[in-house]
Design a protein around this ligand. Sequence first.
Ligand code: UT7
Length: 332
Amino acid sequence: MRLARIAGTGHFVPEKVVTNNDLAAAMDTTDEWIVERTGIRERRFAEAGVSGTDLAVEASRQALTESGWEASDVQFIIFATLSPDMYFPGNGVLLQRELGLPGVGALDIRNQCTGFLYSLSAADAYIRMGMYDRILVVGAECHSAGIRMDERGRDTAVLFGDGAGAVCLEVTTDADGSRLISHYLHADGRFAEVLCVKSPGAGQKPWLTTEMVDDGSSHPYMNGREVFRHAITRFPEVIMEALDGEGLTPDQVDVVIPHQANQRITDAVTKRLGLPREKVLSNIERYGNTTAASIPIALSEAVKSGTVQRGSLVCLAAFGSGFTWASSLLRY
Ligand code: UT7
């Protein structure tokens, strides 16, 4: 039977560190408020002219090296982001161009915080069905270009950071070995406007005006309390769905890697599942919320540090804009 396994991981974050105090100099917020409400101490911002694709190139190269692949081994690319370099075309073709792979197919996934997991599931299906043997899956964000760095942006600006993560997926026939096991994908579009960027958007004509820029609709809008309320229910639910599917209990999982949304959300999920804190990875303190990049960055860091090793049973889970929520279970 054809299955997919992660051959290697990579991640990259920009050098520029932006502390909570740096943000407090630009808007009415404090280090104390941000740390207490979110657990974030600092995040990375790309320099002007550096895009999500640029970050993705670095993460992808590291994943290729760790996998022992040449770029030319990549047969297909899936790129998850909510902060694409252009409105269209998507970042997939831009990454394909930078890696020097003309002709290789490239798919963009726009599922925000769950984008990496939706991408992983699609890549897994392509490999299982025999369409490809080797797929590069990337999550990357350049939030610093789009967040509002003034008073009116303080409720979102303090949360987000830039970065990229990547995995190389390859075919395997070892049904007990390193492999992707399952994916559970959910959405509830009734909450689409609870966390969104409305403009530019062809739901309005014209899709972007100076008024829209002035009133803030080209920046992220979020009802944080509403997102929080749903997140602390959906995260445990979708993690348990993955475990129940295999007849597992939380203590049998080696590592849980939640999307890094807010440390308070991660803590609530950890408590609800009765997991020891050290099993649930967190790097939000250093990077903030990097949306589609947060899970592959955390996974790549965990592989490099030895927290995730070959044979580890890992559960990935995410919740965010859409609303969408998802989990993936894998044996690393
Ligand atoms: O990847 C998924 C994406 N998003 C999330 O997961 C976010 C989920 N939600 C959250 O993380 C939290 O709701 C936030 C961290 C965004 C906000 O925390 P909260 O405890 O829900 O605060 P709040 O929105 O209820 O605001 C409390 C107060 C308000 O002032 P008043 O009305 O009580 O006077 C806000 O105006 O905090 C104020 N506030 C701030 N104060 C200082 C909002 N943003 C800031 C800020 N600094 N940056």
